[in-house]
Ligand binder design. Structure first.
Ligand code: ZN
Length: 385
Protein backbone atom coordinates (compact mmCIF):
# COMPACT_ATOMS: atom_id res chain seq x y z
CA UNK A 1 0.00 0.00 0.00
CA UNK A 2 1.26 3.48 -0.88
CA UNK A 3 0.85 6.04 1.90
CA UNK A 4 -1.40 8.78 0.51
CA UNK A 5 0.03 12.03 1.83
CA UNK A 6 -2.68 14.02 0.01
CA UNK A 7 -5.20 12.22 2.22
CA UNK A 8 -3.60 13.62 5.35
CA UNK A 9 -2.83 17.11 4.02
CA UNK A 10 -4.20 18.33 0.68
CA UNK A 11 -1.86 21.36 0.88
CA UNK A 12 1.39 19.38 0.96
CA UNK A 13 3.08 20.00 -2.39
CA UNK A 14 6.39 18.14 -2.00
CA UNK A 15 7.73 15.03 -0.30
CA UNK A 16 10.72 12.75 -0.15
CA UNK A 17 9.85 9.15 -0.90
CA UNK A 18 11.60 5.82 -0.96
CA UNK A 19 11.62 3.94 -4.28
CA UNK A 20 9.98 0.51 -4.03
CA UNK A 21 10.26 -0.25 -7.74
CA UNK A 22 11.17 1.46 -11.01
CA UNK A 23 10.75 -0.22 -14.36
CA UNK A 24 11.07 1.07 -17.91
CA UNK A 25 7.88 0.59 -19.91
CA UNK A 26 9.40 1.67 -23.22
CA UNK A 27 12.11 4.04 -24.55
CA UNK A 28 10.44 7.15 -23.18
CA UNK A 29 8.42 6.18 -20.09
CA UNK A 30 8.94 4.35 -16.84
CA UNK A 31 6.70 3.40 -13.92
CA UNK A 32 7.66 4.18 -10.35
CA UNK A 33 6.15 2.85 -7.11
CA UNK A 34 7.01 4.74 -3.93
CA UNK A 35 6.44 4.15 -0.21
CA UNK A 36 4.51 7.44 0.01
CA UNK A 37 3.33 10.12 -2.41
CA UNK A 38 1.78 13.56 -2.75
CA UNK A 39 0.40 12.63 -6.19
CA UNK A 40 -3.38 12.08 -6.35
CA UNK A 41 -4.10 9.34 -8.93
CA UNK A 42 -6.90 9.23 -11.48
CA UNK A 43 -9.83 8.26 -9.28
CA UNK A 44 -13.50 9.01 -8.66
CA UNK A 45 -13.93 10.81 -12.01
CA UNK A 46 -10.98 13.16 -11.44
CA UNK A 47 -7.86 13.26 -13.63
CA UNK A 48 -4.49 12.76 -11.89
CA UNK A 49 -2.08 15.32 -10.46
CA UNK A 50 0.74 16.68 -12.58
CA UNK A 51 4.26 17.41 -11.39
CA UNK A 52 7.76 15.95 -11.25
CA UNK A 53 9.76 13.19 -9.57
CA UNK A 54 13.47 14.08 -9.36
CA UNK A 55 12.73 16.70 -12.04
CA UNK A 56 11.21 14.17 -14.48
CA UNK A 57 7.70 14.96 -15.68
CA UNK A 58 4.94 12.76 -14.24
CA UNK A 59 2.54 12.14 -17.12
CA UNK A 60 0.09 9.74 -15.45
CA UNK A 61 -0.79 8.46 -11.98
CA UNK A 62 -2.98 5.38 -11.47
CA UNK A 63 -4.07 3.43 -8.41
CA UNK A 64 -4.45 -0.36 -8.39
CA UNK A 65 -5.11 -2.41 -5.23
CA UNK A 66 -4.12 0.61 -3.10
CA UNK A 67 -0.72 0.85 -4.86
CA UNK A 68 -0.08 4.13 -6.66
CA UNK A 69 1.83 3.88 -9.95
CA UNK A 70 3.54 7.02 -11.28
CA UNK A 71 4.32 7.06 -15.00
CA UNK A 72 7.27 9.34 -15.73
CA UNK A 73 8.56 10.68 -19.06
CA UNK A 74 12.21 9.64 -19.00
CA UNK A 75 14.56 7.64 -21.18
CA UNK A 76 16.15 4.63 -19.46
CA UNK A 77 15.70 5.99 -15.96
CA UNK A 78 17.51 3.89 -13.37
CA UNK A 79 16.31 4.37 -9.80
CA UNK A 80 17.55 1.85 -7.26
CA UNK A 81 15.31 0.25 -4.69
CA UNK A 82 15.27 2.25 -1.43
CA UNK A 83 16.73 5.29 -3.19
CA UNK A 84 15.17 8.58 -2.03
CA UNK A 85 13.42 10.71 -4.65
CA UNK A 86 11.96 14.20 -4.50
CA UNK A 87 8.30 14.55 -5.54
CA UNK A 88 6.64 17.84 -6.40
CA UNK A 89 3.10 18.37 -7.62
CA UNK A 90 1.94 21.19 -9.91
CA UNK A 91 0.19 23.17 -7.16
CA UNK A 92 -1.79 25.52 -9.44
CA UNK A 93 -3.25 22.49 -11.21
CA UNK A 94 -3.99 20.62 -7.94
CA UNK A 95 -5.52 23.68 -6.25
CA UNK A 96 -7.78 24.26 -9.27
CA UNK A 97 -8.93 20.62 -9.05
CA UNK A 98 -9.59 21.07 -5.31
CA UNK A 99 -11.69 24.19 -6.03
CA UNK A 100 -13.71 22.40 -8.74
CA UNK A 101 -14.22 19.27 -6.63
CA UNK A 102 -15.31 21.06 -3.45
CA UNK A 103 -17.59 23.23 -5.63
CA UNK A 104 -19.15 20.05 -7.01
CA UNK A 105 -19.76 18.71 -3.46
CA UNK A 106 -21.46 21.98 -2.43
CA UNK A 107 -23.75 21.97 -5.47
CA UNK A 108 -24.49 18.22 -5.33
CA UNK A 109 -25.18 18.46 -1.58
CA UNK A 110 -27.74 21.21 -2.18
CA UNK A 111 -29.33 19.30 -5.10
CA UNK A 112 -29.59 16.23 -2.85
CA UNK A 113 -31.12 18.23 0.02
CA UNK A 114 -33.73 19.85 -2.20
CA UNK A 115 -34.61 17.11 -4.72
CA UNK A 116 -33.05 13.91 -3.32
CA UNK A 117 -31.15 13.37 -6.59
CA UNK A 118 -27.67 11.84 -6.75
CA UNK A 119 -24.72 12.89 -8.88
CA UNK A 120 -24.42 9.62 -10.81
CA UNK A 121 -21.67 10.73 -13.20
CA UNK A 122 -18.89 13.10 -12.19
CA UNK A 123 -16.04 14.10 -14.48
CA UNK A 124 -13.28 16.53 -13.60
CA UNK A 125 -10.63 17.14 -16.26
CA UNK A 126 -8.26 20.01 -17.03
CA UNK A 127 -10.87 21.61 -19.26
CA UNK A 128 -14.31 20.62 -17.97
CA UNK A 129 -16.32 19.65 -14.89
CA UNK A 130 -19.61 17.83 -15.47
CA UNK A 131 -22.17 16.33 -13.11
CA UNK A 132 -25.08 14.06 -14.09
CA UNK A 133 -28.11 14.20 -11.79
CA UNK A 134 -30.64 11.40 -11.94
CA UNK A 135 -33.73 13.59 -12.05
CA UNK A 136 -35.03 16.66 -13.88
CA UNK A 137 -34.52 20.27 -12.83
CA UNK A 138 -35.59 23.47 -14.56
CA UNK A 139 -33.11 26.17 -15.50
CA UNK A 140 -34.71 28.43 -12.88
CA UNK A 141 -34.18 25.79 -10.15
CA UNK A 142 -30.57 25.29 -11.26
CA UNK A 143 -29.91 29.04 -11.07
CA UNK A 144 -31.40 29.12 -7.56
CA UNK A 145 -29.05 26.29 -6.55
CA UNK A 146 -26.14 28.16 -8.16
CA UNK A 147 -26.97 31.19 -6.00
CA UNK A 148 -27.25 29.05 -2.84
CA UNK A 149 -23.92 27.39 -3.68
CA UNK A 150 -22.23 30.78 -3.92
CA UNK A 151 -23.80 31.86 -0.63
CA UNK A 152 -22.27 28.74 0.95
CA UNK A 153 -18.93 29.65 -0.67
CA UNK A 154 -19.01 33.27 0.59
CA UNK A 155 -19.92 32.05 4.10
CA UNK A 156 -16.52 30.34 4.38
CA UNK A 157 -17.81 27.04 5.75
CA UNK A 158 -15.34 24.50 7.10
CA UNK A 159 -14.54 21.48 4.92
CA UNK A 160 -13.19 18.46 6.81
CA UNK A 161 -11.93 15.15 5.45
CA UNK A 162 -11.63 12.18 7.83
CA UNK A 163 -11.99 8.43 8.30
CA UNK A 164 -14.76 7.95 10.89
CA UNK A 165 -14.96 4.87 13.12
CA UNK A 166 -17.52 2.19 12.16
CA UNK A 167 -19.76 3.36 15.01
CA UNK A 168 -19.55 7.01 13.96
CA UNK A 169 -20.09 6.11 10.29
CA UNK A 170 -23.29 4.24 11.20
CA UNK A 171 -24.73 7.50 12.59
CA UNK A 172 -23.86 9.57 9.50
CA UNK A 173 -26.30 10.28 6.70
CA UNK A 174 -23.85 10.67 3.83
CA UNK A 175 -24.01 10.65 0.03
CA UNK A 176 -22.16 7.86 -1.73
CA UNK A 177 -21.95 6.91 -5.41
CA UNK A 178 -21.58 3.19 -4.78
CA UNK A 179 -21.28 0.56 -2.07
CA UNK A 180 -17.81 1.25 -0.72
CA UNK A 181 -15.40 -1.31 0.63
CA UNK A 182 -12.65 -0.75 3.19
CA UNK A 183 -12.16 2.42 5.22
CA UNK A 184 -14.57 5.13 4.13
CA UNK A 185 -13.28 8.68 3.83
CA UNK A 186 -15.86 11.33 4.58
CA UNK A 187 -15.80 14.89 3.23
CA UNK A 188 -18.02 17.06 5.37
CA UNK A 189 -19.02 20.62 4.52
CA UNK A 190 -20.49 22.46 7.49
CA UNK A 191 -24.34 22.67 7.26
CA UNK A 192 -24.19 21.79 3.57
CA UNK A 193 -23.11 18.26 2.69
CA UNK A 194 -21.62 14.96 3.88
CA UNK A 195 -20.21 12.71 1.17
CA UNK A 196 -17.85 9.74 0.81
CA UNK A 197 -14.92 10.86 -1.35
CA UNK A 198 -11.25 10.03 -1.90
CA UNK A 199 -10.07 13.32 -3.42
CA UNK A 200 -8.22 16.34 -1.99
CA UNK A 201 -10.45 19.28 -0.99
CA UNK A 202 -9.97 22.89 0.10
CA UNK A 203 -10.31 23.49 3.84
CA UNK A 204 -12.82 26.35 3.60
CA UNK A 205 -15.59 26.81 1.02
CA UNK A 206 -14.33 30.41 0.64
CA UNK A 207 -11.34 29.05 -1.30
CA UNK A 208 -13.68 27.83 -4.06
CA UNK A 209 -14.04 31.54 -4.93
CA UNK A 210 -17.07 31.32 -7.18
CA UNK A 211 -19.18 28.61 -8.82
CA UNK A 212 -20.80 29.19 -12.21
CA UNK A 213 -23.02 26.77 -14.13
CA UNK A 214 -22.04 27.19 -17.78
CA UNK A 215 -24.04 24.48 -19.52
CA UNK A 216 -27.29 22.58 -18.91
CA UNK A 217 -28.41 19.61 -21.04
CA UNK A 218 -31.08 16.95 -20.58
CA UNK A 219 -29.38 13.61 -20.06
CA UNK A 220 -30.87 10.14 -19.53
CA UNK A 221 -34.05 11.45 -17.90
CA UNK A 222 -32.02 13.75 -15.66
CA UNK A 223 -29.75 16.69 -16.28
CA UNK A 224 -26.04 17.13 -17.08
CA UNK A 225 -24.46 20.33 -15.81
CA UNK A 226 -21.05 21.85 -16.52
CA UNK A 227 -19.59 24.13 -13.86
CA UNK A 228 -16.50 26.27 -13.42
CA UNK A 229 -15.03 27.31 -10.07
CA UNK A 230 -12.29 29.68 -8.90
CA UNK A 231 -9.73 30.88 -11.47
CA UNK A 232 -11.34 28.81 -14.22
CA UNK A 233 -14.56 30.81 -13.76
CA UNK A 234 -12.60 34.08 -13.85
CA UNK A 235 -10.77 33.05 -17.06
CA UNK A 236 -14.09 32.07 -18.62
CA UNK A 237 -15.63 35.42 -17.61
CA UNK A 238 -12.62 37.23 -19.11
CA UNK A 239 -13.01 35.35 -22.41
CA UNK A 240 -16.77 35.89 -22.62
CA UNK A 241 -16.50 39.58 -21.74
CA UNK A 242 -13.82 40.12 -24.40
CA UNK A 243 -16.09 38.42 -26.96
CA UNK A 244 -19.00 40.67 -25.94
CA UNK A 245 -16.73 43.73 -26.23
CA UNK A 246 -15.65 42.60 -29.71
CA UNK A 247 -19.28 42.21 -30.81
CA UNK A 248 -20.03 45.60 -29.27
CA UNK A 249 -17.25 47.19 -31.38
CA UNK A 250 -18.30 45.32 -34.53
CA UNK A 251 -21.93 46.36 -34.18
CA UNK A 252 -21.22 49.84 -32.76
CA UNK A 253 -23.70 49.06 -29.98
CA UNK A 254 -23.33 49.44 -26.23
CA UNK A 255 -22.37 46.14 -24.59
CA UNK A 256 -25.82 45.92 -22.95
CA UNK A 257 -27.49 46.27 -26.35
CA UNK A 258 -25.55 43.70 -28.39
CA UNK A 259 -28.39 41.14 -28.56
CA UNK A 260 -31.00 43.50 -30.09
CA UNK A 261 -28.22 44.92 -32.26
CA UNK A 262 -27.28 41.49 -33.69
CA UNK A 263 -30.98 40.66 -34.15
CA UNK A 264 -31.41 43.90 -36.13
CA UNK A 265 -28.41 42.94 -38.32
CA UNK A 266 -29.95 39.53 -38.99
CA UNK A 267 -33.24 41.17 -39.97
CA UNK A 268 -31.41 43.62 -42.26
CA UNK A 269 -29.55 40.75 -43.94
CA UNK A 270 -32.88 38.98 -44.53
CA UNK A 271 -34.35 42.11 -46.16
CA UNK A 272 -31.22 42.64 -48.31
CA UNK A 273 -31.22 39.00 -49.40
CA UNK A 274 -34.85 39.41 -50.50
CA UNK A 275 -34.02 42.61 -52.42
CA UNK A 276 -30.99 40.96 -54.04
CA UNK A 277 -33.03 37.93 -55.12
CA UNK A 278 -35.67 40.24 -56.58
CA UNK A 279 -32.98 42.18 -58.57
CA UNK A 280 -31.43 38.93 -59.78
CA UNK A 281 -34.87 37.73 -60.86
CA UNK A 282 -35.43 40.95 -62.86
CA UNK A 283 -31.98 40.70 -64.46
CA UNK A 284 -32.55 37.10 -65.55
CA UNK A 285 -36.03 37.97 -66.90
CA UNK A 286 -34.42 40.81 -68.89
CA UNK A 287 -31.80 38.42 -70.35
CA UNK A 288 -34.51 35.85 -71.16
CA UNK A 289 -36.50 38.47 -73.05
CA UNK A 290 -33.57 38.92 -75.46
CA UNK A 291 -33.72 35.24 -76.50
CA UNK A 292 -35.35 34.23 -79.80
CA UNK A 293 -38.89 33.18 -78.75
CA UNK A 294 -38.97 30.57 -81.54
CA UNK A 295 -35.73 28.87 -80.46
CA UNK A 296 -36.16 25.27 -79.32
CA UNK A 297 -33.05 25.09 -77.04
CA UNK A 298 -31.77 28.13 -75.11
CA UNK A 299 -28.74 28.85 -72.91
CA UNK A 300 -28.32 31.82 -70.56
CA UNK A 301 -25.16 32.80 -68.67
CA UNK A 302 -25.21 34.71 -65.41
CA UNK A 303 -23.16 34.93 -62.22
CA UNK A 304 -23.45 34.64 -58.42
CA UNK A 305 -27.22 34.16 -58.57
CA UNK A 306 -29.36 32.53 -55.90
CA UNK A 307 -30.30 28.89 -56.70
CA UNK A 308 -34.01 29.55 -56.12
CA UNK A 309 -33.92 32.42 -58.65
CA UNK A 310 -32.18 30.16 -61.20
CA UNK A 311 -34.81 27.42 -60.75
CA UNK A 312 -37.64 29.95 -61.03
CA UNK A 313 -36.28 31.32 -64.34
CA UNK A 314 -35.59 27.84 -65.80
CA UNK A 315 -39.21 26.88 -65.03
CA UNK A 316 -40.36 30.08 -66.73
CA UNK A 317 -38.20 29.39 -69.83
CA UNK A 318 -39.61 25.87 -70.19
CA UNK A 319 -43.08 27.38 -70.69
CA UNK A 320 -41.76 29.24 -73.80
CA UNK A 321 -39.10 26.92 -75.29
CA UNK A 322 -39.86 23.20 -75.76
CA UNK A 323 -36.19 22.04 -75.84
CA UNK A 324 -33.40 22.40 -73.31
CA UNK A 325 -33.64 25.56 -71.16
CA UNK A 326 -30.28 25.98 -69.48
CA UNK A 327 -28.88 28.61 -67.12
CA UNK A 328 -25.18 28.54 -66.27
CA UNK A 329 -24.21 30.49 -63.19
CA UNK A 330 -20.54 31.50 -62.90
CA UNK A 331 -18.85 30.86 -59.57
CA UNK A 332 -15.27 30.71 -58.25
CA UNK A 333 -14.57 27.29 -59.80
CA UNK A 334 -16.49 27.41 -63.11
CA UNK A 335 -20.24 27.13 -63.49
CA UNK A 336 -23.12 25.54 -61.64
CA UNK A 337 -26.13 24.88 -63.82
CA UNK A 338 -29.83 24.06 -63.90
CA UNK A 339 -31.41 22.68 -67.08
CA UNK A 340 -35.09 21.91 -67.59
CA UNK A 341 -37.22 20.78 -70.50
CA UNK A 342 -40.87 20.02 -71.24
CA UNK A 343 -40.20 17.74 -74.22
CA UNK A 344 -36.56 16.59 -74.18
CA UNK A 345 -34.95 14.14 -71.74
CA UNK A 346 -32.51 16.17 -69.63
CA UNK A 347 -30.82 13.02 -68.27
CA UNK A 348 -29.53 12.32 -71.83
CA UNK A 349 -27.93 15.79 -71.82
CA UNK A 350 -26.55 15.17 -68.31
CA UNK A 351 -24.75 12.07 -69.65
CA UNK A 352 -23.27 14.09 -72.56
CA UNK A 353 -22.10 16.87 -70.20
CA UNK A 354 -20.47 14.28 -67.92
CA UNK A 355 -18.70 12.57 -70.83
CA UNK A 356 -17.59 15.63 -72.77
CA UNK A 357 -17.06 18.26 -70.08
CA UNK A 358 -16.56 16.11 -66.92
CA UNK A 359 -19.66 17.68 -65.35
CA UNK A 360 -20.78 16.60 -61.90
CA UNK A 361 -24.43 16.20 -60.92
CA UNK A 362 -27.62 14.76 -62.38
CA UNK A 363 -31.35 14.70 -61.80
CA UNK A 364 -34.59 13.64 -63.48
CA UNK A 365 -35.62 13.73 -67.18
CA UNK A 366 -37.51 17.03 -66.53
CA UNK A 367 -34.69 18.81 -64.68
CA UNK A 368 -30.97 18.33 -63.95
CA UNK A 369 -28.44 20.34 -61.98
CA UNK A 370 -24.72 20.19 -61.42
CA UNK A 371 -21.41 21.92 -61.96
CA UNK A 372 -18.64 21.97 -64.55
CA UNK A 373 -15.62 23.91 -65.77
CA UNK A 374 -15.69 24.82 -69.47
CA UNK A 375 -15.92 27.83 -71.80
CA UNK A 376 -19.31 29.28 -72.77
CA UNK A 377 -18.63 28.25 -76.42
CA UNK A 378 -18.02 24.61 -75.44
CA UNK A 379 -21.22 24.60 -73.41
CA UNK A 380 -23.32 26.22 -76.16
CA UNK A 381 -21.99 23.87 -78.85
CA UNK A 382 -23.16 20.84 -76.84
CA UNK A 383 -26.64 22.14 -75.95
CA UNK A 384 -27.69 24.21 -78.98
CA UNK A 385 -28.03 21.91 -82.01
ZN1 ZN B 1 -15.90 13.91 -4.31
Amino acid sequence: MTTKLYDIDAYQTTCESRVLSCKNVDDSTCQIILDQTVFFPEEGGQTPDRGTINGYEVCDVQIKDEIIIHTVSATNLTLKENETVFCQIDWAHRFSNMQQHTGEHIFSGLVNKRFGYENVGFHLSDSIVTMDYNGPMTEEEILELEKESNEAIFAGKAVTCYYPSKEKLATLDYRSKKELKGAIRIVSIEDTDICACCAPHVKSTAEVGILKVIDITNYKGGVRLSILCGMRALMDYRLRLSQCREISHLTSAKIDDIVPSVNKLKEDIGVLRGELASSQKNLLAFKSASLDPDACDVVLFTENTDANVLRYEVNHLTTIHPGYCAIFNKNDHGYNFIIGSMEKDCSVLAKTLREKLHAKGGGKPEMIQGSLTASSEEIKSLILN
